[in-house]
Design a protein around this ligand. Structure first.
Ligand code: HEC
Length: 246
């Protein structure tokens, strides 16, 4: 190897060694081929807006007004549009499918719980499609506490840790609005099911629970697919009458 080459190599290594060192311990030093480090594809949660100020601290960026270009919050008041869910709901409702996208406006307060009894009505038809779907969801999500037929005798209730009330007994007259409210926010030892069940699914479960309230676990349907409940037997009706009169 001749001398000039050694000199050039020596100087080059020195330059490289000096320039690659920086005082800031968080800095990776100079990037000689930034394309190798930074993918040209846009990815979520990457701060591309301030890429050209990579060396700046967050405080410097905010002072200079350098902002993130991606991952911004949606504009206030934005509601999600779930086309597939809306289409599915349209076939099953009487009140239109807008309930699917608009927020449930009642709050998780005792006052709004009472309001739900009066103001919140099922948008669904009490028909075979809804009730059967509701029954399926019920067996997956509710039966381990409330029992297969809603009698409050699910495995968890039987263990005595959490005792769920039975629908044909204690909850016989509970309004559908309160059911929906309680499934959405939870009540007492029952947690909220809002993240597990869509609004449509919550109402479908309520349609099935309405059958269980009448003690009917396997409902029958008329020719139009609407649920029919056998008229109360005269014996039962008269007991109710006698009970009503003290
Ligand atoms: C962890 C056990 C558990 C699960 C799972 C559960 N529940 Fe409950 N549920 C309870 C308990 C306990 C109560 C009584 C709450 C209270 O009044 O303090 C209750 C109350 C209710 C009520 C009455 C609410 C009211 O306003 O009085 C309804 C309706 C109900 N559950 C429906 C459901 C449905 C539908 C599901 C399935 C999506 C479900 N529950 C899942 C334990 C459970």
């Amino acid at each position: 190897m001749n001398r000039p080459l050694i000199k050039i190599t020596g100087v080059l290594s020195l330059v490289l060694a000096i320039t690659s060192c920086r005082v800031d311990p968080n800095s990776a030093g100079y990037e000689y081929m930034p394309d190798m480090y930074r993918s040209p594809a846009l990815e979520a949660y990457v701060d591309y807006g301030s890429n050209k100020h990579m060396d700046w601290t967050l405080a410097q960026k905010s002072e200079a007004g350098v902002t993130m270009k991606l991952s911004r919050k949606p504009a206030p008041g934005t509601v999600p549009f779930m086309e597939a869910d809306m289409k599915r709901a349209e076939k099953l409702t009487t009140a239109g499918s807008s309930f699917m996208i608009f927020p449930y406006t009642l709050k998780n307060t005792p006052e709004d719980y009472e309001r739900s009894a009066m103001e919140v009505k099922s948008p669904l038809l009490s028909n075979k499609a809804n009730i059967e779907k509701g029954a399926e969801l019920y067996q997956h999500m509710c039966a381990h506490c409330h029992g297969k037929e809603g009698k409050g005798d699910g495995a968890i209730s039987a263990s005595g840790k959490i005792v769920a009330p039975d629908y044909p007994g204690k909850l016989k007259d509970l309004q559908e609005g309160k059911m929906y409210h309680s499934i959405t926010y939870g009540k007492g030892l029952m947690g909220s099911h809002a993240s597990q069940l869509t609004k449509l699914e919550r109402w479908q479960v309520v349609e099935y629970v309405k059958c269980l309230q009448k003690g009917v676990a396997a409902p029958t349907y008329d020719n139009n697919g609407m649920v029919v409940f056998a008229a109360a037997s005269p014996a039962e009706a008269s007991t109710e009458e006698t009970m009503a009169k003290p």
